[in-house]
Structures are given as structure tokens and as C-alpha cells.
Design a protein around this ligand. Sequence first.
Ligand SMILES: C[S@@+](CC[C@H](N)C(=O)[O-])C[C@H]1O[C@@H](n2cnc3c(N)ncnc32)[C@H](O)[C@@H]1O
Length: 257
Amino acid sequence: MLEPVDKQAVAQRFSKAAQSYDQYALLQKEVGRNLLSLIPEKKYVNGLDLGCGSGFFLPDLQQLCNYLLALDISPGMLKQASLCDKAQGYVCGDAEALPLRSESLDLVFSSLALQWCHDPTQAFREIKRVLTSQGYALFATLNSGSLFELREAWMAVDNHEHVNQFMEELELRSVLQQAEIRCKTWQVQRHVMYYADVNAILQSLKRIGASQVNGQRSQGLLTRQKLQCLQQAYERYRLPTGLLPVTYNVCYGVLHR
Ligand SMILES: C[S@@+](CC[C@H](N)C(=O)[O-])C[C@H]1O[C@@H](n2cnc3c(N)ncnc32)[C@H](O)[C@@H]1O
């Protein structure tokens, strides 16, 4: 079981990052495009982008569905998403308690949102509940090992992880079993993003709203001295290209009832 998630903090941080999100969300764009390519080909009637963020994938989803809903826990992100005017409805809600009718959707798309849930089993139960018998749910989420360079560099600084906890692949599989939802496709892919320095890494996480919300958090501000120690500790990962890697392990799934 993961540590508790402060959902209000999640919503606030994403709202704060809503305007800068698209500029910095390079991994999210790569992952979302992969997830779109896994959608089984057919015409969908009612679709949902669950944890839609800034709405980056709404135009693609709109092409596939007659009626599209965008849902997010963050009011700021929803407001940003509504600017593209590609969905028929924008709902502020929680993936763990979807304010939607049972068996009302034949497509649920959720890219890099479910790792923010407190109880992923409950989120998958909800996804199953709202899916029709012919429907598909596609998700991409982060697994353990994601951001391992940053986690280890922080541990060397103050013995705190400063990075969210993510589930092991096996744990995620057992979550799906508990939620009694069936899996049609399962893929795990490693994505590595590259940055010039630690400041750029921290800046990009902040600008997409992805600060730590669960697990072992350190107290206190990021002082100049701590930042210098972090930079030094991260140096061991610097590549011959001169860049610093940030690794993400992404699990992709296509689910049905
Ligand atoms: C990293 S962003 C991904 C956004 C979008 N899917 C994309 O790929 O660009 C994660 C989004 O999930 C939303 N989120 C986090 N926890 C949520 C929850 N419990 N219910 C609904 N949305 C949630 C956040 O507000 C944020 O907009």
C-alpha cells in the first residue's frame, strides 16, 4: 500500500502549473501519444479523458468519440483544458469516486494520472464501474524505478527521498486483479529524458506540477547549500553526451470488463 496522498495538495500544485504544463510536459506528451496508439480501432460513443490535465489529448480523443468528457481533480487544469473547446463536458472530480453513471462510457483514457491516486484499486474499480461491456479503458502510469537518479541523489544529501513512491509492476498487476478488471494489453517501457543540469530537472517537475505528495518527505526549504549537494550527488549519472538522465518506467494497459 502506498503512503497517503494529500489530494488537495495535488489539485493545488497542478492548478498552479496549469499554464506552464504544456511547455514542460515532454515525457507526458511522449507517453500519451504511445497510449493513443494502443486504442482499439472502432468508433466510440462516450469517451472520458480521466486526469485530462491541460487537455493536450482532447483533440485526438474527440476524433474517436461522439461525446467526450474531460475530468480532472485540479480546477486550474480543467480551466486550461476547456480553452481548447474539444470536449462536450468538463468535470472536476476524483478518479477514486467518479461522479459518473455506471456503464455509461465505452472509452476511458487515462495518461499519467493514476499514479497520483491514494488507492489505485479503488480507481480501477471505478473505471470498471463506468465502462460498458463493449468498452475499453487505456491507462499509462509510472512504476517503481521512475526518477531513481533523483531519489538516490537526494538520499545522498539528507537521507530523504523527496520523490513520490510508485508501485512495482507486480503490485500493479495485483491491483488490477483486486479490481476484477481484465487486461487485454500490457506493456512496460522505459523512457529516459535528458537535461543539462539539476536545476532544469527540478524546474521541469515543478512546472508540470509534479512535486512530491506521498512517501518520505524532508522538512524545510531547498537551501543553496542543499542544492549544491544535490547537484554534486547527481553528477555520478552524467553521460558522455554531457547530459543528465531522468528515467521513467511506464506501464501501459488496455483493460475491459
Ligand atoms: C501528469 S498530469 C497528466 C495530464 C494529462 N493526462 C497528460 O497526459 O498530459 C496528471 C493529472 O492528473 C490529475 N489528477 C491527479 N490525481 C487525480 C485524481 N485523484 N482524480 C482525477 N485527476 C487527478 C492532475 O490534476 C493532473 O492534471
